[in-house]
Design a binder for this molecule. Structure first.
Ligand code: TYM
Length: 329
């Protein structure tokens, strides 16, 4: 069976963007692939985090993975920091990645602009750790949102480079980016992506937002004045809501445009809000049930780290040998 790897940072409350762009696809793929779904806490500390909060967010992310339907029996779910091979391979791959390549990463540029007081080396080499995550498991497919496309490209470049120097070592992975939902935009500023670190909470719908809050945020979303529900580059607000609606309902854009032909934005927004609530409400209920079950969550994490560690060690040992490290006796 082919293998999937993906991850999410425990750097805040996860959003509708994370859900529609990634998590929803993860659950759909779990029956056909061997999947590892990681909580990438090592990536999260590239920006300053409060330790107690980070710990809680990592745990919350675990319960959210499970609540959306990722099955811990079918998949390997674990914390990145529990599998030391990620950091070890990242170091080696750092030596096969050029400053110039990393300098071109748009996420680095965005984050450096946003955190000008903390442009640390980890933030710069973030994509190399991400490449290590993926390449450690001989991954075939990486389901992510559109914003990770460039990181997948550099991962492939690093793999190809290493393979060409040392012979076939890594599988060269492909990105899996959904047709709908791969780029959910901020509600108050639909020209930028919805992001869990956004300070304006009206820009984001959190996975755990109450139904009334969701309805309100959707109703207040920025649109335009021509009152036509149509997918069009010049209508980023309406196009974003259409994308959300379709990703939540499984309908196509053409079907949705027809459904809301001539009805005006009020009716449309209500339908969008209701579609989001219909997706998120059952998940929220499951999160509340899971939170009560501490032993169950602990067991998943322990088991996940062991299973991931065994797989990771195979690739790491091979890589260490290829680059010329003396064998352990
Ligand atoms: P992160 O934590 O920012 O986001 C997790 C996933 O959510 C997707 N996403 C979105 N999709 C649609 N619309 C949006 N507005 C939106 N915002 C976020 C992201 O594309 C991602 O799939 N670098 C990664 C974490 C990572 C990783 C990996 C992913 C580390 N190692 C290895 C895959 C494989 C990140 O920051 O995701």
């Amino acid at each position: 069976r082919k293998r999937i790897f993906s991850g999410m940072q425990p750097s805040g409350l996860i959003t509708l963007g994370n859900y529609l762009g990634a998590l929803k696809n993860w659950t759909n793929l779990q029956d056909d692939y061997d999947c590892l779904y990681c909580i990438v806490d090592e990536h999260a500390i590239t920006v300053r985090q409060d330790p107690a909060k980070l710990r809680k967010q990592a745990r919350d992310l675990l319960t959210q993975y499970l609540a959306v339907g990722i099955d811990p029996k079918k998949n390997i779910i674990y914390y990145q920091s529990h599998v030391s091979q990620h950091a070890e391979l990242a170091w080696i791959l750092n030596c096969f990645t050029y400053m110039g390549e990393l300098n071109r990463m748009t996420q680095f540029k965005d984050k450096a602009a946003k955190h000008a007081d903390n442009i640390n080396a980890g933030l710069f080499t973030y994509p190399v750790l991400m490449a290590a995550d993926i390449l450690l498991y001989q991954t075939d497919l990486v389901p992510v949102g559109e914003d990770q496309r460039q990181h997948l490209e550099i991962t492939r470049d690093i793999a190809v480079r290493f393979n060409s120097i040392y012979g076939d070592t890594f599988k060269v992975p492909e990105a899996y980016i959904g047709k709908v939902g791969a780029r959910i935009m901020a509600l108050q500023d639909p020209t930028k992506k919805m992001s869990k670190s956004d300070e304006n909470k009206n820009n984001t719908i959190a996975l755990m937002d109450e139904p009334a809050v969701i309805m309100n945020k959707v109703k207040r979303a920025v649109t335009d004045s021509d009152n036509e529900v149509r997918f069009d580059e010049s209508k980023p607000g309406i196009s974003n809501l259409l994308g959300i609606y379709c990703a939540c309902t499984g309908k196509t854009i053409a079907e949705a445009e027809k459904e809301f032909d001539g009805v005006g934005y009020g009716v449309f927004k209500t339908a969008v809000g209701e579609a989001v609530v219909a997706n998120l409400e059952p998940i929220q209920q499951k999160v509340k049930d899971l939170e009560k079950n501490k032993d169950y969550l602990d067991e998943i994490i322990k088991d996940g780290a062991q299973r991931a560690g065994r797989l990771a060690e195979r690739t790491l040992t091979k890589v260490q040998k290829r680059v010329g490290f003396p064998p352990k006796i």
